[in-house]
Design a binder for this molecule. Structure first.
Ligand code: MLT
Length: 402
């Protein structure tokens, strides 16, 4: 008889965004007359930059001619895309070799696969609230999870503490869902801790495009010692609107050695076995997105999402609701009014205002009583949602709010 993975019993019944989508769809089906506004999953709504569209068309044309047709891609990525990624790091003063950059379809895919480098016995610390796949992928592999809670008191930016014992640590900055972002000095503490403990940091840099504060690092490799202890995951999904196009890369530096083994060499071995590379067409799109012009064009979209954040935070302020984020990140993290728990507020807000967000507890136990809005909707939807919030939230305020 086939034995199934025994660790699935440790997972929640469904993934957070499956659950929120199912509840929103059930509500819409029951109330076809209501216009539901979605500020839940962080999915972009603006089109790709013109230079990216141009590169996509050109690459499709190349695939149409036998002189320029491309078959299998190199498993680790085409040189032109690796060079574009390396040039992006060089803008921040970070020097990486092309062999340290692994092109992938986005962080979601590599998050699951990267665990293949590590033994099951490793204890996994997750700075929470966190994107739930960090926990789920490790639970599926049978690893022990040690949540490190972010709280209002630590500004949702917990730091290493005496007695912390873990071999892997997941960090995301600017953070999804809280929008909190580590300064260079704070992130350095994690780098120093990891080097002192021979641990590995898995650093999710998906939201770096939203950083405006010069004290906030865009890449963990801006910090001395990071190449000796950190793997960085990067995606064009949020910074260049690639959620439906897909492209990203993972950096495994050559200096990252554990138990005498090069993790970079192990990742080459893993990828060359487990992938057939990323589509040529998409890599050309990624290359275009990372040119100066591509970045300039994408910044225009990021500006629209930032204005969405301003609309929502202004509405929350007028309602007297405590919130974090919306500054270096496309998420707003607010305390549920009226002392509600996260899921009760999710249901209440959907029913009363027709606005869908994300319940904070879905990002870890310390997110209970909190809620997340995404700023990726259209300005029109966001403005309407902000108006509905202002009309309805004062009803709850002052009821049992601390
Ligand atoms: C989110 O809403 O947390 C993200 O969009 C999910 C993702 O990147 O897959």
């Amino acid at each position: 008889m086939t034995h199934v993975n025994p660790y699935y019993v440790n997972l929640k019944d469904s993934f957070l965004f499956y659950e929120t989508k199912a509840r929103a769809e059930a509500f819409e089906a029951a109330h076809p007359e209501r216009r539901v506004l979605r500020l839940g999953i962080g999915d972009v709504t603006l089109p790709l930059a013109p230079v990216v569209i141009e590169a996509l068309h050109k690459a499709v044309e190349e695939q149409a001619r036998k002189e320029t047709f491309q078959g299998y891609m190199p498993e680790l990525g085409k040189d032109f895309m690796k060079r574009a990624a390396a040039a992006n790091y060089a803008r921040r003063g970070v020097q990486l070799e092309p062999e340290e950059i692994f092109v992938c379809y986005g962080i979601g895919d590599d998050l699951g696969a990267i665990g293949g480098l590590f033994a099951r016995e490793n204890r996994v610390a997750v700075v929470e609230p966190a994107y739930p796949a960090y926990v789920d992928t490790n639970l599926m592999a049978g690893r022990e999870i040690i949540p490190i809670p972010g709280t209002e008191e630590n500004g949702f930016l917990p730091l290493p503490f005496p007695g912390l014992e873990a071999e892997l640590v997941y960090l995301c900055s600017p953070n999804n869902p809280t929008g909190a972002a580590y300064s260079k000095a704070q992130l350095q503490q994690w780098v120093d801790w990891a080097n002192a403990h021979e641990a590995v940091l898995i650093f999710d840099a998906a939201y770096e495009g939203f950083i405006t504060d010069p004290e906030v690092p865009h890449s963990i490799y801006e910090l001395p010692g990071a190449k000796e202890c950190a793997i960085e995951l990067f995606s064009l999904s949020k910074s260049a609107g690639f959620t439906g196009t897909r492209l990203g890369y993972t950096v495994v530096p050559k200096a990252l050695i554990r138990e005498g083994k090069s993790l970079q060499a192990m990742w080459v071995r893993n990828r060359s076995t487990c992938t057939n590379g990323v589509s040529y067409i998409l890599q050309r799109a990624g290359e275009a997105a990372l040119t100066d012009e591509g970045l300039r064009q994408s910044r225009a979209s990021l500006g629209v999402y930032r204005k969405n954040a301003d609309l929502l935070t202004a509405a929350l302020e007028r309602c007297g609701i405590r919130y974090f984020g919306g500054q270096n990140a496309p998420y707003i993290w607010l305390r549920c009014p009226g002392g509600m728990d996260s899921w009760s507020f999710f249901d209440w807000l959907m029913e009363q205002a027709g606005v869908v967000g994300s319940p904070g507890v879905g990002f870890g136990a310390c997110g209970e009583g909190w809620f997340r809005f995404s700023c990726f909707s259209t300005p029109e939807v966001t403005a309407e949602a902000a108006a509905r919030l202002e009309a309805i939230l004062p009803r709850l305020q002052g009821q049992t709010d601390p």
